[in-house]
Design a binder for this molecule. Structure first.
Ligand SMILES: Cc1cc2nc3c(=O)[nH]c(=O)nc-3n(C[C@H](O)[C@H](O)[C@H](O)COP(=O)(O)OP(=O)(O)OC[C@H]3O[C@@H](n4cnc5c(N)ncnc54)[C@H](O)[C@@H]3O)c2cc1C
Length: 430
């Protein structure tokens, strides 16, 4: 291993692989460091991978990449104690060009990293960057847990995921607050292709994503999910660390409860547990975005809190930010100036683009739900009760039913309180 590169990328997840791919494609001498035995070995995702923005980097990548199923239907379920209220959207146009795929990261990341290597990036696995080397206020390399000890570069891109100990070491962010991170646990359950397609009402090779709220998280701020893979299902639940602590719940208890819910139990019946995974999701959003650029250094992906928890978009933001980081690093290298003055343009591009715009739009949503558990705890069963009232045919005139529905929804908060809650939520989401 040479000890000097134009760029070092720490972390071979979607953000780091993209940055390395794009820099190598431009002919840059780039080192990609991964602490796991191979890319994807340490990575956890539900996971739905949107084809944008990867299709702009590798057009038609889905014809070669190890993906699971194209997602043609997106379902939402509000779970009650033993029933559910559901909404589904199916659109055949999502098949061509595909909008999203279910993926298993251990396979996908390995394939994607191999594409970066084919472009000329040097990938070194089983190597942890333990520390950023700072000289006269600028980042000049990283210290690694290998005999070589230190590697140097004009620029270091930190794409080391949710914890990002290296950005913390630089003082770019403090320890995340427990309400800024969700702890997610998930299982992969093997199930035959035929069973999946019959049970989820999809055609040959097609897939469905299901997001679940309400009882799915016991009303805690977060979300649960169930995704169809080729011959397995991914099921999981993630809630903020703060709420988990307050509820004195263990994450696997939440997952076991979810799996035993009658609606869910029928969908996963016969599924054989193959893998159990746990990981953090940065959900601090707009206000938690750390410093993104310094002298000789940039931060991308989860390390920069680029996750839109409302729309479960993280991998696409990781890829997009990795691409933007590579563009700016390449420009800086051409200028021969990798100081913060030049690299700061990365922050501008992020903030002016879809990442900054979406995170800003939802800046108040997660804090509102976190501070007002009533949205998921109280309104969720109330809404279920109101809809049951409407749909149960029992001789009660519909006018009376409408009155009872309003009573259901406003029972605890009163009409004014409920109107205020709806308005606040609407403002935070819309
Ligand atoms: C349970 C779960 C479900 C999710 N579901 C979805 C979903 O359905 N759709 C979606 O778009 N997003 C989803 N996300 C979010 C998505 O997984 C992340 O946003 C995305 O993986 C971020 O990519 P990244 O490259 O920034 O970080 P990561 O994927 O975390 O990759 C970071 C890499 O850096 C390596 N690393 C860390 N520290 C070091 C070090 N010091 N030295 C060397 N290597 C290091 C790690 O081993 C890892 O390979 C989910 C996340 C979780 C946890």
């Amino acid at each position: 291993m040479s000890l000097r590169y134009e760029a070092i990328v720490v972390g071979a997840g979607p953000a780091g692989i993209t940055a390395a791919y794009e820099l190598a494609r431009r002919g840059r001498d780039v080192l990609l460091l991964e602490r796991g035995p191979y890319p994807g070995s340490k990575n956890v995702m539900g996971g739905i991978l949107y084809t944008y923005p990867l299709r702009e980097i590798i057009p038609g990548f889905w014809e070669k990449a190890p993906l699971e199923r194209p997602i043609l239907e997106q379902r939402y379920m509000l779970l009650d104690d033993d029933g559910h209220l559901a909404f589904a959207f199916r659109d055949p146009s999502w098949a061509d060009p595909p909008n999203a795929f279910s993926v298993l990261r251990a396979k996908f990341d390995q394939w994607y990293a191999a594409q970066a290597v084919a472009q000329g990036a040097l990938l070194i696995n089983e190597t942890t960057a333990t520390e950023v080397i700072v000289n006269d206020g600028r980042v000049v390399g990283v210290r690694v847990d290998r005999p070589e000890g230190e590697v140097f570069a004009d620029v270091v891109i930190l794409a080391d995921g949710a914890n990002s100990l290296l950005a913390k070491q630089l003082g770019f962010h403090k320890e995340w607050h427990p309400e800024e991170v969700a702890l997610a646990v998930m299982e992969v359950l093997s199930l035959s292709k035929d069973k999946i397609e019959a049970r989820f009402n999809v055609g040959d090779g097609e897939g469905v994503s299901i997001e679940m709220l309400g009882e799915a998280t016991l009303g805690l701020p977060g979300m649960a999910w169930l995704y169809t893979n080729k011959e397995s299902l991914s099921i999981g639940v993630g809630v903020t660390l703060s709420s988990l602590r307050e509820a004195r719940m263990k994450p696997y208890e939440l997952l076991e409860r979810l799996k035993s819910h009658p609606t869910v139990a029928r969908l996963i019946e016969g599924g054989k547990p193959e893998e159990y995974l746990a990981h953090l999701i940065p959900e601090g959003g707009y206000r938690a975005i750390p410093k993104l650029a310094g002298h000789g250094v940039l931060v991308a992906g989860d390390a920069a809190q680029f996750v839109n928890a409302v729309h479960r978009e993280g991998s696409n933001f990781a890829i997009l930010s990795g691409k933007l980081a590579a563009e700016i690093v390449d420009e800086a290298l051409k200028l021969g100036d990798t100081s913060e003055n030049v690299l700061i343009r990365y922050r501008d591009l992020i903030m002016q683009g879809v990442i900054g715009s979406d995170l800003k739009k939802y800046a108040d949503t997660i804090p509102l739900i976190e501070k007002n558990p009533l949205y998921l705890k109280h309104y969720s069963p109330r809404l279920h009760g109101a809809v049951r009232e409407l749909f149960t045919v029992d001789g009660v005139p519909k006018k009376e039913k409408q009155k009872r529905m309003i009573e259901h929804l406003t029972a605890e908060r009163g009409k004014l309180g409920a109107a205020r809650d709806v308005w606040r939520l609407g403002r935070a989401i819309w």
